[in-house]
Design a protein around this ligand. Structure first.
Ligand SMILES: [Mg+2]
Length: 253
């Protein structure tokens, strides 16, 4: 018996990882503590100024490497080291040893800061108990994404894990969802995907014929050009109750 959404049966639930199950907010603390460490080593540098520069470095660096990252061509440690190298450059710092120590400190703080949103464990357990198959569909390199699942203690909570770096396609490319459906022998008509990004999660899932749920944790406002989710929730706690309700306004039939 599967929970029904109107006349639709829900058999498979795909979930995004970053920002959906993994709480990003601790990342800010990792950046902050790294900047404070660097300021302690270089008392002339203001930690807030370092943080600001590091943020602006990421603003330009991320678009440069986003696709390579999703394809698994970049290693997490290399990525961080390069961002800190660019940050150092902005301050005219050329100290390879301090640079490596800073990048290492950041990665330690980042890994130690991986936390689950508090609505994940119960939702996974309830979905499992309701007979729904669960799979992760995440963008990033294999090593980094699987390490996150392990650090969060949820690596065994899914029937399958699909990482763009190993699949060779990244959301919003429907190919990653097509691959996931094929691997699970799942029917898109009975599959839903939940994620925090309209352009990656909702648009990608819908392109593959899967219904897309927007997990809008920050209560953001979508723009006219954004993908229109089949369902919008602000917490995973709303997910199962919403799916078990009869068809409602805003849900495509
Ligand atoms: Mg995400």
């Amino acid at each position: 018996m599967h929970p029904e959404h109107g006349d639709r049966v829900i058999e498979t639930l795909f979930l995004d990882l970053d920002g959906t199950m993994l709480d990003w907010s601790r990342l800010r603390e990792a950046i902050r503590s790294t900047c404070e460490g660097l300021s302690a080593a270089h008392p002339g540098l203001d930690p807030l100024e370092i943080e600001k520069v590091n943020d602006s470095v990421w603003d330009t660096y991320w678009p440069e490497i986003e696709l390579d990252w999703y394809r698994g061509h970049l290693d997490n440690d290399e990525l961080g080291l390069e961002a800190w190298r660019r940050t150092f450059e902005q301050f005219g710092l050329h100290d390879a040893e301090l640079l490596q120590a800073t990048a290492d400190a950041y990665h330690r703080a980042e890994r130690g800061g991986h936390t689950l949103f508090d609505d994940v464990v119960d939702t996974l357990a309830e979905a499992r108990a309701a007979g729904i198959r669960l799979a992760v569909v995440t963008n990033g390199p294999t090593g980094a994404q699987r390490a996150k699942l392990e650090a969060l203690g949820i690596e065994n909570s899914f029937d399958a894990v699909f990482v763009s770096g190993e699949v060779g396609a990244a959301k919003p490319d429907r190919a990653i969802f097509d691959h996931a459906l094929a691997e699970l022998d799942a029917d898109p008509a009975t599959a839903w995907h939940v994620g925090d990004l309209l352009d990656k999660d909702v648009a990608g899932a819908q392109a593959a014929g899967i219904r897309g749920i927007w997990l809008n944790r920050l209560d953001e406002t979508a723009t006219a050009t954004d993908a229109v989710p089949d369902l919008e929730i602000t917490s995973l706690r709303e997910l199962l109750p919403a799916l078990q309700l009869p068809a409602r306004t805003g849900v495509r039939s």
